[in-house]
Write a protein that binds this ligand. Structure first.
Ligand code: CP3
Length: 337
């Protein structure tokens, strides 16, 4: 039976006891730098849930950390930067990423994974942080609610901002190209925090850099997914960035999102991850609604953002079964028989 494909952002990670058992203490960046561990963590949700895609166990700050910008990921908090990006002098602390030298462990993880995933007939999704979202960590020095310093730099020093985003676009592109060369069969560009921007700022100061990344992958022929949170007012612009699939959070129903995005692009999403903590009948109703609204034009079932750490893995497993047991005539169009 044909069904909509399903996987979950942050399917590997703290909601899985087998992840916590394997992970140990220390920075996640150390875990990511151990290919056998990273490959095993990537496979855990594939085995447990039977999802239709694996997502590489890595992080969006891996490239900037690897070139020595001074970034770490603090458990419970997220990426933090020793010396944030504040002026033109800080451009000197950034350089192009040479994946084979800077992040050989990422490529080794992918090479370890592709054999096993081929046998399971499950594609591997590689990923990178989009220039804006990575820049927001570098400029703020850590997670932020307002992105005040980021927006201020963008407006006060637009030329410096554009150069920063251009360097980060080149890094994301180099990383994604190397991931595909190593065996990843799709890629996702995470612009998680783009929803903080007005459409005008997004279009002028962010879209060109994301477009550079997505267009720069066109010759590789792999599906490109472009995702952000709170992007309801940006979807029509994200649709112009060069992706094949646009990720949508839970704030915009997929049928409405499809009108904003227009024809020709598939959608990914968009069950509210918080609802996964509700009783199963609530989750099931919502999942069916997502499937119904996603019909007609290509749909990859996912959450609207990452799996929350408190999520019961049994609920995700039931969700996979629900999606797999819901027939569509043609997975490319999402039409029912
Ligand atoms: O299963 C997967 O999705 C693959 C692994 C993955 C991680 N980070 C591992 C991780 C992916 C795809 C990411 C991407 C990522 N990292 C994003 C974009 C996706 C999104 O959710 O918006 C962002 C914004 C980051 C930056 C980052 N790294 C944050 C905000 C955090 C959470 C901080 C916390 O502890 O609450 C991290 C840490 C992180 N990255 C964890 C995992 C499994 C959890 C902490 C750990 O196990 O040490």
């Amino acid at each position: 039976m044909e069904h909509v494909p399903v996987w979950f952002m942050r399917q590997a990670g703290r909601s899985l006891p087998e992840y916590r058992a394997l992970r140990g203490e220390g920075s996640i960046l150390e875990a990511i730098a151990r290919p056998e561990l990273a490959a095993e963590v990537t496979l855990q949700p594939v085995r447990r849930y039977g999802v239709d895609a694996a997502i590489l166990f890595s992080d969006i700050v891996v490239p900037v950390a690897a070139i020595g910008f001074g970034v770490d990921v603090v458990p419970g908090r997220g990426p933090v930067v020793d010396q944030p990006f504040r002026s033109a002098a800080d451009l000197g602390r950034l350089r192009p990423l040479v994946p084979e030298q800077d992040t050989p462990y990422v490529l080794e993880t992918i090479r370890l994974l592709v054999g096993e995933l081929d046998r399971l007939d499950v594609p591997l999704i590689g990923f990178a942080g989009a220039p804006f979202t990575v820049a927001s960590y570098l400029v703020e020095g850590g997670p932020s609610r307002t992105y005040a310093r980021t927006k201020s730099l963008m407006r006060a020093e637009p030329q410096l901002w554009d150069r920063l985003l251009d360097v980060l676009a080149d890094q994301a592109l180099a990383s994604l190209r190397s991931q595909v060369a190593a065996g990843a069969s799709a890629v996702q560009l995470f612009d998680s925090w783009a929803g903080a921007l007005s459409p005008v700022d997004y279009e002028r100061r962010v879209l060109p850099a994301s477009r550079k990344v997505l267009h720069g992958l066109a010759d590789l022929g792999v599906p490109r997914i472009h995702f952000g949170v709170g992007t309801g007012e940006l979807l029509h612009l994200m649709a112009q960035a060069g992706a094949d699939v646009v990720g949508v959070d839970w704030r915009v129903p997929l049928d409405v999102a499809r009108r904003r995005i227009g024809p020709g692009l598939a959608l990914q999403g968009n069950l509210d991850p918080a609802l996964c903590l509700a009783p199963w009948p609530v989750v099931a109703d919502e999942a069916r609604d997502v499937l119904t609204r996603g019909r007609g034009g290509g749909h990859v079932f996912n959450l609207g953002h990452g799996v929350l750490p408190d999520t019961d893995p049994a609920v995700l497993q039931q969700l996979v079964e629900l999606v797999h047991n819901t027939a569509v005539d043609d997975p490319a169009t999402g039409r029912r028989p």
